[in-house]
Design a protein around this ligand. Structure first.
Ligand SMILES: Cc1cc2nc3c(=O)[nH]c(=O)nc-3n(C[C@H](O)[C@H](O)[C@H](O)COP(=O)(O)OP(=O)(O)OC[C@H]3O[C@@H](n4cnc5c(N)ncnc54)[C@H](O)[C@@H]3O)c2cc1C
Length: 285
């Protein structure tokens, strides 16, 4: 059974790109940067994977037309363009998207999914990165035990990394399970990325980690525009704007599309306050 869209509208900007654009404009007007995410995952059909790659290129074109001052920025999932079908097919689709990104002066972030796809995603990233060093970046998840080594590698490559906690259910042998350890690892990897990697994205709504990032850059004389904070659409909008007022770059991740179910479920699972927002929406229709 498909739930009605109004339930998700706090976290998802619309079911189509046209419907999501007003959210993009409103955030831009408040000085925020944006990245657009066409929702969906785990495509098993080649024709659909090709269509998603075409759609990604279409989003880049629309963003370029919307705002000539800001490089278009999208977040994509390799599993939507063939990662689970065939590696070479996925790389060919990705190269098409990155070719367009290069032409538009755009940036494409490869979102990180479950740990069964981590090695494959990083491998594909390393394959295309030398050809598009300014147009593609990855995501590393602080809950994964392997992330320390992956940060080392991304610093060597001078790659652009988004650091987040990680949103999928993972087994203890793969991922830290308790929040204090995840936070500790996030803070350590944040410091390494901010000090040594190219323009990292520090993606969290967690006050402790936001404060730790601010303190680290201040104490080490790192310019506030050497990195950006990143947050999700609909989560802590006041904090997003406050950080902009304080002089930090803040990028908001804007999901849209009809396939919003799994993304919406991850947000609800994460925090009971998010369930509360949805319930309040029910009565505000
Ligand atoms: C831009 C962006 C991109 C992401 N990309 C990926 C990805 O590619 N792969 C992936 O696995 N995950 C991704 N994530 C999700 C991420 O891994 C976490 O699941 C998610 O961000 C929750 O962790 P958190 O640190 O933000 O806060 P949480 O761990 O949810 O909360 C920690 C603390 O933050 C504060 N807080 C959080 N939410 C609120 C709120 N609504 N109101 C008030 N206080 C709040 C509270 O102090 C809370 O105790 C992304 C997240 C962001 C922001």
């Amino acid at each position: 059974m498909k739930l009605p869209f109004f339930l998700a509208r706090r976290f998802v900007a619309g079911e189509t790109l046209t419907k999501a654009l007003p959210a993009v404009r409103a955030l831009r007007a408040d000085g925020l940067l944006v990245t657009l995410d066409l929702l969906g995952e785990d495509v098993r059909d080649r024709a659909r994977a090709v269509r998603y790659a075409d759609e990604y290129i279409g989003i880049l074109r629309t963003l370029a037309e919307e705002d000539s001052e800001l490089p278009p920025n999208i977040s994509i999932k390799l599993s939507m363009i063939g990662q689970r079908i065939d590696r070479a097919f996925c790389v060919a689709n990705l190269r098409r998207v990155l070719g367009a990104a290069h032409d538009f002066g755009a940036f494409v972030r490869l979102d990180m999914e479950g740990s069964d796809l981590t090695a494959s995603t990083l491998g594909i990233f390393e394959e295309v990165y030398p050809d598009y060093p300014d147009n593609v970046g990855v995501v590393l998840q602080a809950y994964l035990r392997r992330t320390e080594a992956d940060v080392t590698r991304m610093c060597e490559l001078d790659a652009r990394v988004r650091l987040c906690k990680g949103a999928y259910k993972e087994p203890p042998e793969t991922a830290y399970q308790d929040m204090p350890t995840i936070r500790e690892n996030f803070e350590r990897q944040m410091q390494r990325l901010v000090a040594d990697a190219r323009y990292p994205g520090i993606a969290t709504h967690d006050d402790t980690l936001i404060a730790a990032t601010k303190a680290f850059v201040r104490d080490n004389g790192i310019a506030p525009d050497a990195f950006e904070f990143q947050m999700l659409y609909g989560i802590r909008p006041d904090t997003q704007r406050e950080l902009v007022r304080e002089g930090y770059n803040v990028r908001v991740y804007i999901p849209y599309g009809t396939q919003w179910g799994p993304y919406f479920t991850r947000r609800l699972r994460e925090r009971k306050e998010n369930v509360w927002f949805v319930l309040k929406n029910l009565f505000r229709r």
